[in-house]
Each structure stands twice: as structure tokens, then as C-alpha cells.
Design a protein around this ligand. Structure first.
Ligand code: PNS
Length: 181
């Protein structure tokens, strides 16, 4: 857990919270673009027991830490409980979220409004997802991967491997479709 004292020298810090179950190239794109604006991005993985996740918090942390190991301005952390309480322990003033389409808007609007009501000092900044990842969500990635479809190019190779391990799928899955199926 990051404390206020630890990131005093960080400059402009944004918290990018999410379930990241799993991390996709859509998320990575947001982080990379945010680093053009902020000095540090804290990728904060929610350890929320109410939401059932495919990957454990340890697995999600390990994947994100490995993926960002060569990006020193990204700090991977996790939090339990209210996001505003976590943010208060850091020097971040901004919550960063990616916005894909109008369908995301209502959920995001409620969340940002609730967070602002809990802490009026906090703002949520939305970045539009790049067009290449507009259709990518952790939920659809899990669904497609679970059914044996390819998610190559939509999530990092490490995540592809972890999904295959999770769903106990062979590394390559080719099947002849015939009348006997
Ligand atoms: O990737 P997700 O699942 O859309 O991320 C949602 C997340 C984790 C950012 C949100 O559920 C959250 O902030 N959870 C922590 C609990 C909290 O603070 N809830 C009040 C916000 S309405």
C-alpha cells in the first residue's frame, strides 16, 4: 500500500483503478497515454470480494507487475474497500478511467458522481479508448478465451498464456469441423 509520504516527490499522479480481470491492451493504451499527461500512474487493482473474478488478486497483481516492469512511472498496487479512501492515502488528485462507448457512460457517471460526493476534492478524468480497442473489455476477453477463441493482439502474450492455463486450453486449438461434430 502506498502512503502519502512515499509519493511526495512524484509530481502529478493519477490513480487508474479497475478490476483488470484481466488487463487488456485497452487498459495499457490508457496508461501509456496518461503518462503523457501525468508523471506517475498508479494502476490500482480492486480486491473486491463481492465481485467474482476469474483471476485472484495475486494473479492480477503478478500479471500487471510483469507487464509494467520496464515502465518505472507506473506503480502497480491493489486496494480493498472504498476507492476514495485508497486515493486519500496517496498524493493523487485524479481518478483516471477509460471510456469506450455511450454504454459505459451511465456506469461511469454514477461512479464518478459517487466518488466526488464522498470526496469533493477528487476529480475523475475520462480518456476515450483508442479505436483499435473500442470493442475490447475484460468481460468479453474472458468469454471468448473461455470458449477457445483467440484473443491474441487484444491482451498481452502473458495474459493469453494465463487465460489458457486458467481455462485448461491447449496452446493452439485447431479442430476440423465435420458431419460427426
Ligand atoms: O474495472 P471495473 O470493474 O469497472 O472497476 C470498478 C472499480 C474497481 C473502479 C469500482 O468498482 C471501485 O472503485 N470499487 C471500489 C469500491 C468503491 O469505492 N465503490 C464506490 C464507487 S461507486
Amino acid at each position: 500500500m502506498l502512503t502519502k509520504g512515499e509519493d511526495n516527490h512524484m509530481g502529478k499522479v493519477a490513480i487508474y483503478p479497475g478490476s483488470f480481470d484481466p488487463l487488456t491492451y485497452g487498459h495499457i493504451d490508457i496508461v501509456e497515454r496518461a503518462l503523457e499527461i501525468f508523471d506517475k500512474v498508479i494502476l490500482a487493482i480492486a480486491n473486491n470480494s463481492e465481485k467474482s473474478s476469474l483471476f485472484t488478486i495475486e494473479e492480477r497483481l503478478e500479471m500487471a507487475k510483469t507487464i509494467f516492469q520496464d515502465t518505472p512511472n507506473v506503480i502497480v498496487d491493489c486496494f480493498k474497500g472504498l476507492l476514495v479512501d485508497y486515493v486519500a492515502k496517496t498524493n493523487a488528485k485524479v481518478i483516471l478511467r477509460g471510456l469506450r462507448a455511450t454504454s459505459d457512460f451511465e456506469y461511469e457517471f454514477h461512479m464518478a458522481s459517487m466518488n466526488r460526493s464522498l470526496n469533493p476534492q477528487l476529480d475523475t478524468l475520462f480518456m476515450m479508448t483508442s479505436k483499435d480497442y473500442f470493442f475490447v473489455s475484460s468481460r468479453t476477453i474472458k468469454e471468448v478465451a473461455g470458449l477457445g477463441g483467440s484473443v491474441d493482439g487484444l491482451v498481452p502474450d502473458l495474459v493469453v498464456r494465463r487465460l489458457k492455463e486458467k481455462f485448461k486450453l491447449p496452446v493452439t486449438k485447431k479442430k476440423q469441423i465435420g458431419w460427426d461434430d
